[in-house]
Design a binder for this molecule. Structure first.
Ligand SMILES: C[S@@+](CC[C@H](N)C(=O)[O-])C[C@H]1O[C@@H](n2cnc3c(N)ncnc32)[C@H](O)[C@@H]1O
Length: 195
């Protein structure tokens, strides 16, 4: 189990690039999200700030108290309640079917593979019927020999299988933009909750 708060305490946060996901930003420039948007594992909240700037009502959600504190401090222009401290696997009841969309960006890839169905159930539970998952799925992280993660590689076939029931694919491509070193290793897939 990763101690996320310890990662933030030690500054061991290689995922934090200080700016929103370029692939997400490129998508949102074409297809801005409206309404309430859930961002689990939001870290310091760069994606959350972008969504707010574009007119959505984002909720950045993270399990690390220090990340939560830092997200609020990094974005003093956003109302503090934009950032909520909590566990994706023990969601507040008020979140159930409360969101029009959610954004995935390096949250699932941080979870052990056996948690993927729990992740799917959790994110599905917060979405209204017809709600969107806009995902920058980290498909091909490089691992050192012998390492298994995090980040945990997510084969495309597993992403397909995970959302085969109850979701339809709206858009799907390999983004041409990304953080340095990430281009070609991510997949932008948008899913809609159906039924
Ligand atoms: C790899 S980091 C990515 C952070 C952010 N998305 C970014 O790209 O900068 C994963 C984040 O998920 C958070 N996290 C891990 N498990 C979580 C859980 N069960 N519920 C909510 N957040 C969680 C961690 O604290 C961490 O901030």
């Amino acid at each position: 189990m990763t101690d996320w708060d310890q990662c933030y305490r030690e500054g061991n946060t290689p995922w934090n690039r200080g700016l929103p996901s370029p692939a997400l930003a490129e998508y949102l420039a074409r297809q801005p999200l409206n309404g309430r948007v859930f961002v689990p594992g939001c870290g310091l909240g760069h994606d959350v700030a972008l969504l707010a700037k574009q007119g959505a009502q984002p909720t950045g959600f993270d399990i690390s108290p220090l990340a939560h504190e830092k997200a609020r401090a990094t974005h003093p222009d956003l109302p503090p309640e934009t950032f909520v401290l909590g566990d994706l696997y023990a969601l507040p009841e008020a979140f159930l079917e409360a969101f029009d969309a959610m954004v995935e960006h390096t949250c699932l890839s941080a979870m052990p593979p056996e948690w993927r169905p729990r992740y799917r159930d959790a994110v599905a539970s917060v979405l209204k019927p017809g709600g969107l998952i806009v995902g920058v799925w980290y498909i091909n992280p490089d691992l050192d020999p012998g390492e298994t993660g995090p980040p945990y590689p997510l084969p495309l076939s597993e992403l397909d299988a995970l959302f085969a029931d109850g979701f339809e694919v709206v858009e799907d491509y390999v983004p041409e933009v990304g953080y340095e070193g990430r281009v070609g290793r991510e997949r932008l897939r948008v899913l809609r909750k159906v039924g």
